[in-house]
Design a protein around this ligand. Structure first.
Ligand code: URA
Length: 244
C-alpha cells in the first residue's frame, strides 16, 4: 500500500470515529469508501482565499486584542478569580467560527476554549464535518470563567460583548455556529430558546448564523446529537461540504 493510500485510510478511519462520537449511526457505504472525497472536502472547508498578508495582519490584530483582554478587570469578581483569560483559538482567516458560552475549569487552566469533555466532543463534531480544529476559529461569549461554571450574568455579557464583536470584525467569518442558548441569545440579541433558534440560519451583521445545542448538553442528552448533526449538515452544505 502506498503512503498516500495509508494517509487516505487513516483519514477515513478518523472520520468514522468522529462520526460515531458525533452521534451518527448510519452512513452510506459508498461515501465512506471514498476518502478522496473527504480530502477534497477538507480543502474546501479550510481557509478562505485572501492575499498572503491578510492572515498575518488579522493574526497580529487579534494578538493585540488578546493582550487587551488579558489585562481586563471590567468584571471584578471574574478577573480576581480567573487563572487566565481564554481569548479564542484557531485560524484567523477561518470561514467558520464556533461560539460557546464561557470557559470552564479546564479552559481556565489551559487558556484555550473547549478543551474539557464538552470541548473534546466539539472537536469530534468538527472532525465529523471533515474539518480540523485548526481550520475553524473557536471562541466564547465570556473570556473569563464564571465561578462554579454558573451561567454568565447580564453585566458580564455586557462587559465582554465589545471583545466578541471585535474578534468577529477581525476574523470576518463567512458563517458562525452558536453552541447553546447563551451564545445564540447573546449574539442574536434575542430571548428565543435554543430549541426554537436551532436548525435554521439567522443573521448577525450580514453573517449567516446557525444555532445548535451546546456539546455539554449533548453529554447529558446524547439523543440530541441527531439534531446537532442535522444542523451541521445544513451548515456544511452552505460551506460547500456535503455530509451524509
Ligand atoms: N463550554 C463553553 O461554552 N466554552 C468552553 O470553552 C468550554 C465549555
Amino acid at each position: 500500500m502506498s503512503e498516500s493510500d495509508r494517509r487516505l485510510r487513516r483519514a477515513a478511519a478518523q472520520r468514522l470515529e468522529s462520526l460515531s462520537a458525533a452521534g451518527v449511526r448510519q452512513i452510506s457505504k459508498r461515501r465512506v469508501a471514498r476518502p478522496d472525497v473527504v480530502e477534497a472536502a477538507m480543502e474546501i472547508g479550510a481557509t478562505r482565499a485572501t492575499d498572503n498578508s491578510g492572515g498575518t495582519v488579522v493574526a497580529k490584530s487579534l494578538a493585540v486584542l488578546q493582550q487587551e483582554v488579558a489585562a481586563c478587570t471590567r468584571c471584578e469578581l471574574l478577573s480576581q478569580q480567573r487563572t487566565q483569560t481564554v481569548f479564542g483559538v484557531g485560524n484567523p482567516q477561518a470561514r467558520l467560527c464556533f461560539l460557546g458560552e464561557a470557559p470552564g475549569a479546564d479552559e481556565d487552566r489551559q487558556g484555550e476554549p473547549f478543551v474539557g469533555r464538552a470541548g473534546q466532543l466539539l472537536t469530534k463534531i468538527i472532525e465529523a464535518c471533515t474539518l480540523k480544529r485548526e481550520d475553524v476559529y473557536i471562541l466564547n461569549v465570556l473570556k473569563c470563567r464564571p465561578p462554579g461554571n454558573r451561567n454568565p450574568l447580564p453585566d458580564e455579557v455586557h462587559n465582554c460583548r465589545g471583545y466578541l464583536n471585535r474578534q468577529l470584525e477581525l476574523i470576518k467569518p463567512e458563517f458562525i455556529c452558536c453552541l447553546g442558548s447563551v451564545a445564540a441569545q447573546t449574539l442574536l440579541e434575542t430571548d428565543t430558546t435554543i430549541g426554537r433558534l436551532r436548525g435554521k440560519f439567522h443573521d448577525y451583521r450580514g453573517i449567516p448564523v446557525m444555532c445548535t445545542y451546546h456539546p455539554a448538553y449533548l453529554l447529558r442528552n446524547p439523543s440530541a446529537k441527531r439534531d446537532v448533526w442535522d444542523d451541521m449538515k445544513r451548515l456544511m452544505r452552505e460551506l460547500g461540504i456535503e455530509l451524509e
